[in-house]
Write a protein that binds this ligand. Sequence first.
Ligand code: PGA
Length: 252
Amino acid sequence: MKKMPIVAGNWKMNKLPSEVISFVDEVTKLVLDIRSVSVIFAPPFTGLFEMNVKPPFYAAAQNCHWEESGAFTGEISIPMIKDCGVDYVIVGHSERRHVFGETDEWINNKVRGLLSYGLNPILCIGETIDERKSGETALVLKDQLEKGFDSIDNIRDCIIAYEPVWAIGTGVTATIEQVQIAHTVIREIIGKNYGIGNDVHILYGGSVNSDNAKDLIQTKGVDGFLIGGASLDANSFASVIRTVEEVQENRK
Ligand code: PGA
């Protein structure tokens, strides 16, 4: 793997603004010597003001609205997020799609908006258990990719997170074979549509933890992780980062 792997922690609706600094400090101290992994913290919006990280540590928002400003009660715009020093924004997470009814069209608006402001979208895609059982996984991934990236010529600044819905927060991880197949499918689609399959990071997400991280990061086509539950504990998150760092260092 030529590109630097990414380990991103999606805190979802967890942690108070007053807990952000000490938590981020704790994690960064545990992995201060890393050289081969980029680490992204994605706190709730209320935590973004407190984030003050330097590479290889970065901040991400978990969502955004695509309009610059206006009468959109409860929404946060991309310039507001950018003003907090954020580099990445998670878009189309399955909880946004399935709990809050986000459509592919909104997701595409967000991806386009983010790129126009020079931020990096982390586009989440993934099939439900019913779609997997009926053999539709590849079709769903293709559909979500093509709709999410509609009218975008260059996806070089985008990150894709493959997150099978049935593996998120369930403790059930996709098997190595399932992950490898899905990542290959995604890479083929983006290679065919955008001609840059190998340059784009494809992360795996869904019950990643310190026990399964080593096998998963060694899976062909996996360029890092998007982690929910295990990113909330400093030791677990640091342990995954260290595992990815060790595997990456051994590749050199
Ligand atoms: P999980 O969440 O690691 O708790 O399964 C992953 C995600 O939602 O991004």
